[in-house]
Design a protein around this ligand. Sequence first.
Ligand code: HEC
Ligand code: HEC
Length: 214
Amino acid sequence: MHARGLATADSALVLAVCGALFGFALGEGQSQTASPPVSSNALRPVSAFANIGDPHARAVALFEEAGKVLTHARCVNCHPASDRPRQTDARRPHQPLVVRGADGHGAPGMACATCHHVGNFDPARVPGHPEWHLAPASMAWEGRSLGAICEQIKDPARNGGKDMAALLHHMGEDSLVGWAWAPGASRTSAPGTQAAFGALMRAWVDAGAHCPAQ
Ligand code: HEC
Ligand code: HEC
């Protein structure tokens, strides 16, 4: 009787500990998706900035709104400061260790496409896209101010030779960028929609493409 009572208490303890560990492991990926405040995952429309008469101030305000997307984990995890991508809303270093490699597609033997296939594979939490690879080092955003990111993306020497039209097309319509709004595996999606983000960037260009102070 006594022994049985003890065993029961032990299993209850084991269960409680497992539950805590398991809950914690699940929580790492999901903690920020459980109840995201609506306001932080919305984008204000271009019309909300129409009353800012000064084009310079309007451009900066528009870029700051679009910056909610540019500085989001879904984008920054692929625009890291080092050669290693980051993962999850916590932006932890990519597990296992993988590096950019010569062309952004990974080192020989550890290519991104070994694990990342043409679409998201949610049972294993692996995101996917046919062109899944890391942004070049010149396009690193991690740890940079919004002003620095702004200067970087409009500099053809560092943005892959894109003029404003190509840049707008890339942000508003490229499907690799678009993955950030359908990231799978209960990841937090980038704020707003890709179309709303693209519209903010277009209005920013129309207002002179001025950047926030660094
Ligand atoms: C050995 C398998 C494997 C390889 C190789 C691999 N990845 Fe991953 N990657 C994963 C898994 C699994 C996840 C999901 C982790 C999670 O969210 O729990 C992931 C997630 C990511 C994410 C995070 C998405 C987000 O915002 O949370 C990025 C970015 C990423 N990988 C980039 C790359 C790049 C770039 C390469 C090639 C240089 C690469 N990965 C190679 C397995 C791999
Ligand atoms: C899976 C990795 C990945 C994700 C996720 C990703 N990017 Fe990129 N990004 C790249 C790669 C690779 C390039 C280089 C592509 C090229 O030059 O054709 C790039 C280039 C860019 C550029 C070109 C200009 C520059 O200098 O940076 C912009 C703008 C951009 N990405 C925006 C975004 C935004 C916005 C998001 C999130 C909504 C995002 N990216 C998410 C991989 C990614």
